[in-house]
Design a protein around this ligand. Structure first.
Ligand code: FES
Length: 132
């Protein structure tokens, strides 16, 4: 039987850790805000990257398209907390510095992904990011 909630450890750059409980059907960002965590965010719909996290352990699913993430970001386990729900207990690095990491990855791309490229089921927003 599936659990109705998961424990998510939010790990800050300075090593501090906020541990939150995320009920089923609630995004990690919503749960963090409800728990009183001061996490960066702005749009709340996957387009600004302010809530970027880096999944270290566990599984999440993006329940809406993580619009600002490219395939290369998803491969490297970057997630958007505003559209992500955990499907297991997780550890996620968070902080505003991660938005810069996305830019660095994009700048180092040998090519630009064409608008006709679609993210396959392996990398799309419905897939789980795994890193155990
Ligand atoms: S708050 Fe803007 S992408 Fe999550």
């Amino acid at each position: 039987m599936a659990s109705n909630s998961h424990t998510v450890r939010l790990i800050w750059k300075n090593g501090n850790v906020d541990t939150i409980n995320v009920p089923s059907g609630i995004t990690i960002l919503e749960a963090a805000i409800s728990a009183g965590c001061i996490v960066p965010f702005e749009c709340r719909w996957g387009s600004c990257a302010k809530c970027t996290g880096h999944l270290i352990k566990g599984n999440i699913i993006h329940t809406s398209p993580p619009r600002v993430l490219r395939k290369e970001h998803l491969i490297k386990n970057y997630v958007l907390l505003c559209v992500a729900e955990p499907t297991s207990d997780c550890s996620i690095e968070i902080g505003s510095h991660l938005k810069d990491s996305l830019s660095a990855i994009s700048k180092n791309l040998p090519h630009t992904i064409s608008s006709t490229s679609s993210t396959s089921s392996a990398f799309g927003w419905k897939s789980q990011r795994k890193n155990s």
